[in-house]
Design a protein around this ligand. Structure first.
Ligand SMILES: Nc1ncnc2c1ncn2[C@@H]1O[C@H](COP(=O)(O)OP(=O)(O)OP(=O)(O)O)[C@@H](O)[C@H]1O
Ligand SMILES: [Mg+2]
Length: 296
């Protein structure tokens, strides 16, 4: 069997501060097989984005970061790679989509120029004509009907939903093996977010791209991911196939996360006249557990 696309083993991260080193990741392990869509879920500050940033090689050069453990991408250990080697992977074999497309697309350049930059990372000798053709194809893949106009536009001239589609197109144009999607589209309204996630899902399926999908939204995770890791305060507390984990969550923190998901039908937004303990109790069920129990 071939090496997994991503393998993280016993990854620890601390940040040096005036008050000493603050430990953020306490030895997490996870893997993503070829073509697998894996979600990392957990509350704010649990260590999801820093994990993605280490995979992208973006924290290794930070003077305050203390990193140990190993991260392998397609069998090659990233820690043994030079900073230049890791840099070369970004935007080519590994790419990313962030929460807010408008602030992630440099407003100084047209979308066409940004596409050129991304495509040249993969092939410095690419011609202007090839850039144009590939960019148009990628935009057509994300259902943008007027690629010429979009290529001549700046991100601030496009809608949030269009920018999100552009970001997905750009992230996939070099046909990466791994896509890291950190809360994609949560800055958009829910309908647009759902549409763009569906598009992303279809495209990664078509190209057999492995995905690390970071999200708070368990409803979306259930739709999108094959497998889920639950992270709590820098520890992976549970992992499993999506269906099984949602049906039968074993860890109290996972149960608490699941019970905090607003239901679309029935009891979504509590009636203001209701006794608060009635609707709060199931949502904050974890409040009844001790720290030891949650981290056991
Ligand atoms: N450069 C940094 N220096 C110091 N601390 C940092 C740095 N980056 C992240 N942290 C800390 O690491 C912890 C994990 O942050 P991270 O961004 O991974 O959270 P997250 O799970 O992605 O949360 P969210 O859901 O809010 O995006 C937080 O306590 C954060 O304050
Ligand atoms: Mg984050």
């Amino acid at each position: 069997m071939s090496a997994p696309t991503l393998k993280i083993e016993n990854l620890k991260l601390g940040f040096k501060t005036h008050a000493g080193v603050i430990e953020v990741l306490h030895g997490i392990s996870l893997h993503i097989r070829k073509g697998e869509k894996v979600a990392l879920v957990g509350e704010s500050g649990s260590g999801k984005s820093v994990t993605a940033r280490i995979v992208l090689g973006m924290l290794q050069s930070l003077k305050t970061a203390r990193i140990s453990g190993s991260v392998s991408f397609e069998g090659a250990n990233l820690e043994r790679m030079s900073a230049r080697g890791r840099h070369a992977l970004r935007g080519t074999k590994m790419s990313m989509i962030f929460q807010d497309p408008t602030s992630s697309l440099n407003p100084v350049y047209t979308i066409g120029t940004l596409f050129k930059e991304v495509l040249m990372r993969n092939d410095p000798a690419i011609t202007q004509e090839q850039v144009y053709r590939k960019a148009c194809e990628a935009l057509a893949d994300v259902a943008i009907s007027e690629p010429e106009r979009v290529l001549d536009s700046y991100s601030f001239q496009l809608s949030g939903g269009m920018n999100q589609r552009v970001m997905i197109a750009m992230a996939l144009v070099n046909n990466p093996s791994l896509l890291l999607a950190d809360e994609p589209g949560t800055a958009l309204d829910v309908t647009v977010q759902a549409q763009t996630l569906k598009l992303m899902s279809e495209l990664v399926e078509k190209h057999n791209t492995s995905v690390l999908f970071i999200s708070h939204n368990l409803g979306v995770v259930r739709e999108f991911a094959d497998r889920v890791y639950v992270i709590y305060k820098g520890n992976i507390v549970e992992q499993g196939q999506t269906g099984e984990l949602f049906e039968n969550p074993l860890h109290p923190y996972t149960r608490a996360l699941l019970s905090a998901v607003p239901r679309i039908t029935g009891g979504g937004i509590p009636d203001i006249a209701e006794d608060p303990s009635e609707f709060l109790a199931p949502r904050v069920a974890h409040a009844g557990y001790s720290e030891e129990e949650l981290l056991a």
